[in-house]
Design a protein around this ligand. Structure first.
Ligand SMILES: [Zn+2]
Length: 122
């Protein structure tokens, strides 16, 4: 995957679907205009999961299982790239926590001063 800056925002999502998809607390992702993301190889290894109609589609690698990116709709103009798969620092830091009411009891949302939203922020 190749990403061309500038990127739009970074967000820490605590929703149950990100949690189940990642097998972790949720996901840390950054919003990237779709035309600024290129899949360089391995298209055939991409698989997707949409928990239910109307919820974001999540793409992952069928070989290694890594959660790679997601989008609200197939025609969305932006994608949310999982920051854990980046090989270099994108220079962007999380600016908010979303779906905080869904955070698991075993890992409360940190008190880091970032804005918190009970659902999606935009
Ligand atoms: Zn989420």
């Amino acid at each position: 995957m190749e990403l061309t800056p500038p990127f739009l925002a970074a967000s820490c999502c605590h929703c149950e679907h990100c949690r189940k998809h990642s097998g972790n607390f949720g996901s840390m992702a950054m919003e990237v205009p779709r035309e600024q993301m290129k899949i360089l190889s391995g298209d055939d290894l991409l698989a997707s999961w949409r928990p239910a109609p109307g919820l974001a589609i999540r793409f992952f690698c069928r070989r290694c299982g890594s959660s790679l990116y997601g989008m609200n709709e197939p025609e969305s103009e932006t994608v949310w790239v999982r920051m854990g798969v980046l090989e270099a620092d994108p220079g962007l830091r999380p600016s908010r926590h979303t779906w905080v009411d869904s955070a698991p009891a075993w890992l409360p949302v940190p008190e880091d001063g970032l804005p918190r939203y009970s659902r999606r922020s935009s």
